[in-house]
Design a protein around this ligand. Structure first.
Ligand code: KIV
Ligand code: ZN
Length: 514
């Protein structure tokens, strides 16, 4: 039996998806969930890219117990030092260094000879080995590289201690049979000297198919992301790879992974919530429609015998088939704790539990029935809004004629309450403008989504705001959950602001003069 090493790069390549930047707290939440899911290695970021990335990798390194933490570095001394320093506190460490090996990249991007590329690769791997035992080397754009050159550079980095050779199809150009041939040739050449890894991009929609073909040819590590996030069209989706290996055991009988597939759906939901990027409804495994049968003939078949139209069970990936009604108004804290534990949230502190219980009670006053999904969303809302520099105290709306509205906002900052009011085109616009006035920030709303959690008229509104503050080069995401859409929007906008302030180096917290 071969264990396929699952190398998750949601926090690095996944974060390179347009608009998917995350703050440190959000990255830690995802890393903890990935550990629960059972991934073997988490590529936590690219330490040299920013202080924020370095910090997030360092903090994740302290939090995780079992999962190996990997830090990415170009084949440059200063990058490798940052990568090594960022994972110094991790129990299990890896440095991943890379340089491009395709003619087009060497000629136009690097503008250096292939001999120089080998020299830099050898220097990078040797230096990385002074920090850690476990070094991965990537031949960037291997998919378009010359196989003879790939063998030469591989031999050179293996001689100085690389343990994993990654062969990325960086531009998602290759077809499955070509990846098979490339891996087969490289596997024969490398033999037992190293593990072969694949990192396929999805530009032609073939990332998962290419990765599976590579496993058959000898790859033993696969690089992937939750929901297939990643640069451009994304990377191979972890959930699709893992479920293909599991469902098609007849073909992959010699392969297994350490993934606990029942955590796939919660992990997918967490990543979608944090990044604000929802998988398309018909996305394999984790899309909203992945297990729903619309046609009468299919429904009839499924009712008679599930396997007529279902090749896997929803519960295998952690999807609840019925939304269990949880507790009611009269439920006590002990019952609430049991419920939360039974849903897999086993690492909540007493303070978190108390806050959650208070929110649960408030919800019971507003909603007739509280479902598992409501509880799940309250938990993620609490966790995601942990870094609260500004906290919403109250919102009051006056709707005027002609669509105009006035919002009066009170916000707590440094234990003091500040308030102000603003007029806007509708209640939500007025709320956002009033928040800007109180916090002396200028936010531009880039995206705004409202989703109902659960069913019925009393469903909670989950709002996701993507905002660009001031002249920042990045957007931030905020989340808000409330029975009232305006309040949920206010929380989401303020959440985005708190996230921005926690990420930006020149955070105005200390300069704040409201
Ligand atoms: O796509 C790619 O080639 C990469 C490398 C850094 C591994 O992301
Ligand atoms: Zn990539």
């Amino acid at each position: 039996m071969h264990n396929i090493i699952i190398f998750d790069t949601t926090l690095r390549d996944g974060e390179q998806s347009p608009g998917a930047s995350m703050n440190t707290n959000q990255k830690i939440q995802i890393a903890l969930q990935l550990e629960k899911l059972g991934v073997d290695i988490i590529e936590a970021g690219f330490a040299a890219s920013s202080e924020g990335d370095f910090d997030a990798i360092a903090q994740i390194s302290k939090e995780l117990q079992n999962t190996k933490i990997c830090s990415l570095a170009r084949a440059v001394e200063s990058d490798i030092k940052k990568a090594g320093d960022s994972i110094a506190k991790a129990k299990h460490q890896r440095i991943h260094t890379f340089i491009a090996t395709s003619p087009i990249h060497m000629k136009y991007k690097l503008k250096i000879s292939s001999d120089e590329v080998i020299k830099r690769a050898v220097a990078a791997v040797s230096y990385a080995r002074t920090f850690v035992e476990d070094v991965e080397f990537s031949l960037e754009d291997a998919g378009r590289s010359d196989i003879g050159f790939m063998k030469d550079i591989t031999d050179a980095v293996l001689d100085v201690g690389a343990g994993t050779i990654n062969l990325p199809d960086t531009v998602g150009y290759r077809l499955p049979f070509e990846i098979y041939d490339m891996v087969e040739t490289m596997a024969k050449h490398i033999g037992k000297r190293a593990i072969i890894s694949l990192h396929n991009h999805n530009d032609l929609g073939l990332a998962v198919a290419n990765t599976l073909a590579g496993i058959t040819a000898g790859a033993r590590q696969v690089e992937c992301t939750i929901n297939g996030l990643g640069e451009r069209a994304g990377n191979a989706a972890l959930e699709e790879l893992v479920m293909a290996i599991k469902v098609r055991k007849d073909h992959y009988d010699k392969f297994d992974t350490n993934i606990n597939t029942r955590h796939i759906s919660p992990t997918s939901k967490l990543v979608a919530t944090i990044t604000g990027i929802q998988p398309q409804p018909n996305k394999a495994i984790v899309g909203k429609n992945a297990f729903s049968h619309e046609s009468g003939i299919h429904q009839d078949g499924v009712l008679k015998h599930k396997q007529t139209y279902e090749i896997m069970k929803p519960k295998d990936i952690g999807v609840e088939e019925n939304h269990t009604i949880v507790l009611g108004k009269l439920s006590g804290r002990a019952a609430f704790r049991d419920k939360v534990l039974s849903m897999g949230f086993d690492n909540l502190s007493e303070t978190e539990l108390k806050r959650l219980f208070d929110r649960f009670k408030l919800l019971c006053d507003m909603k007739k029935t509280v479902h598992d999904d409501d509880i799940r969303f309250i938990i993620s809302d609490e966790r995601l809004n942990k870094d609260k520099l500004y906290e919403l105290k109250s919102v009051q709306i006056n709707n005027c004629t002609g669509g105009l509205a006035t919002a009066t906002i009170a916000i707590v900052h440094d234990e003091q309450t500040y308030s102000d009011a603003s007029i806007g085109d509708g209640a939500i616009d007025a709320v956002f403008k009033a928040i800007d006035r109180v916090t002396k920030q200028t936010g531009k709303l880039m995206d705004y989504q409202v989703q109902a959690v659960g069913e019925g008229k009393d469903a909670l509104a989950k709002v996701v705001c993507k905002v660009k503050f001031g002249d920042a080069a990045f957007n931030v995401i905020g989340h808000g959950l409330n029975i009232d859409t305006v309040l949920a929007s206010a929380r989401a906008y303020l959440g985005a602001l708190n996230s921005y302030l926690s990420m930006s180096e020149n955070s105005p917290h200390d300069k704040h003069e409201v």
